[in-house]
Every structure is written in structure tokens, then in C-alpha cells.
Design a binder for this molecule. Structure first.
Ligand SMILES: [Zn+2]
Length: 260
């Protein structure tokens, strides 16, 4: 249950944190209103966010002339909370948490260990945030391979500084392959993929003061609903079923070495 300190939308106070909450809730209600545009969760209450609030009030609440504003104790926030919680959850892992054989997602030797320094899961970021995945450093263009059989959950989407992310529901977990180049041909929502299949390539961050390139890999149990990024959920700012990928990567790497 999300609460607002003050109003969001047309004529609202539009405090950053409240706008983030409303944007996340609207995105989480798209199962009930698929024509609702997917919003950037940026804390900025622009015309797109106001239009989405109006559409929600008109189509879900049945209001003829919507005011485009979400008040802390009003009908709109109540209904947003109700609907976002009804969101159909991902199917829980079939193996009750046990993780079967995995393919290591990068074949070439990494430029640095994913267990040290800023590449490590849980390493510190600015303003109290912690690193939500493992970074596998390799040159831009390095191929990325599926860790298990699975199905693409969403179209490839913008992730960070001009790089993209690919979310895959694998057999035993959900993986988000991030900081990749745009989508490979044929890789889109609903695409079935096989373990070891080429699914993307490492991208290049558009940052002036940082020239490392990597696969930033996030793993989720897959038993929670909603978007994988949740800016309200500190310290990782991720959905609550986030996992540490390190043991899974270690095991996949040992298996690869044994096969040589
Ligand atoms: Zn990272």
C-alpha cells in the first residue's frame, strides 16, 4: 500500500517522491488498462504523467471530466493501490528455489572479476544505493548468451545512458541482462529462447567520464509481481525478490571450466 504526502498531477504539489510513487503505480496498473502509456519513472510530473492520471480517472473510475490529480486520501490513490496489487504475479520457480544448470552468459575471458570492487553485487553506490547485480566487464559488442531456456518478458527497453535491458523469465529465475546494445532481430516480448542462445551484445554507455563496458546482470527469484526497478525500495531500488547472482555465476563458470 503506497501513500502520498501531498497531491500529484495538475495543480498538485508534485513532490519528487510522490510523483515517483504515482508513476510506479500507474505503470503497475497497465494490466487493467493496456492502452495506458508506459511512463518513465523520473519524478517529474509532465504532460505524459498528467494525461495518464486523467485516462486512469476516466477509464477506470468512470469520471467524465477528470481533474488529473491524485490526492493523498482520494479515490484515485485508493484504486491505484487496489489495482496494482491485483497485478498477476510471475509464476513461481518450478523447482522451489533450486537452481538448475546454467550457461555462463559471456564466453570470452572477463576483463575483471565480477566479485571485486564496484562490479560486486551489493557494492556501494551514491546516496546509499547498492549495486543490484554483478558486472561482467568485456568489450562492447561481446555476445551474450541465455543462461537457461526461457521466454522474453518485455520488449528490449532503455536501461541507462543509451544502453538497453532484456528481461527473461528463465526456468528457475528471472534474469535482467543490462547495459546491452539494442534488441537483436527476433528478440522481443514472448520470444522463446534456449539455453546458450545468442540474445544480445554488450553496449557502450554514453558517459563522458566512464569508458568501461559490461554486462550488468540482475537475477530475481521470479515470485513477485511488478516492475523490476522500484525506486522506492532502497537500498537496491529493485523489486523485493532480487537475488545475488554471484553463486549462480560461480557455478556456471565452474561447469564451463570442467567442460573444456
Ligand atoms: Zn552494474
Amino acid at each position: 500500500m503506497e501513500v502520498l504526502d501531498s497531491s500529484v498531477g495538475r495543480g498538485g504539489r508534485n513532490r519528487y517522491r510522490d510523483v515517483i510513487t504515482v508513476q510506479n503505480l500507474l505503470n503497475d496498473c497497465r494490466h487493467a488498462l493496456p492502452s495506458l502509456a508506459f511512463l518513465d519513472v523520473d519524478g517529474d510530473c509532465g504532460p505524459g504523467t498528467i494525461a495518464a492520471i486523467e485516462q486512469f480517472q476516466r477509464d477506470i473510475l468512470g469520471v467524465n471530466s477528470p481533474d488529473g490529480r491524485v490526492d493523498p486520501n482520494g479515490r484515485t490513490i485508493r484504486r491505484l493501490n487496489e489495482l496494482s496489487e491485483e497485478q498477476p504475479g510471475e509464476q513461481a520457480p518450478q523447482s522451489s528455489g533450486r537452481i538448475g544448470e546454467c550457461f555462463f552468459p559471456v564466453k570470452r575471458r572477463l576483463d575483471a572479476s565480477y566479485k571485486d570492487g564496484p562490479r560486486r553485487f551489493g557494492s556501494n553506490r551514491s546516496r546509499g544505493r547498492k549495486h543490484a547485480g554483478c558486472d561482467l566487464y568485456a568489450p562492447a559488442g561481446t555476445p551474450i548468451f541465455a543462461m537457461q531456456d526461457g521466454e522474453v518478458m518485455r520488449d528490449v527497453s532503455l536501461f541507462y545512458a543509451g544502453t538497453f535491458s532484456l528481461e527473461v523469465k528463465h526456468k528457475d529465475f528471472v534474469a535482467r541482462y543490462c547495459e546491452i546494445k539494442g534488441a537483436l532481430r527476433g528478440i522481443k516480448k514472448g520470444t522463446k529462447i534456449r539455453k546458450g542462445q545468442l540474445i544480445g551484445k554488450i553496449g557502450k554507455l554514453q558517459l563522458n567520464n566512464f569508458d568501461k563496458t559490461m554486462l550488468h546482470l540482475e537475477i530475481y527469484k521470479g515470485n513477485a509481481a511488478g516492475r523490476l526497478t522500484n525506486k522506492n525500495n532502497l537500498p537496491f531500488k529493485r523489486r523485493q525478490d532480487l537475488m545475488d547472482p554471484t553463486p549462480i555465476l560461480d557455478k556456471a563458470q565452474r561447469r564451463r571450466r570442467n567442460m573444456r
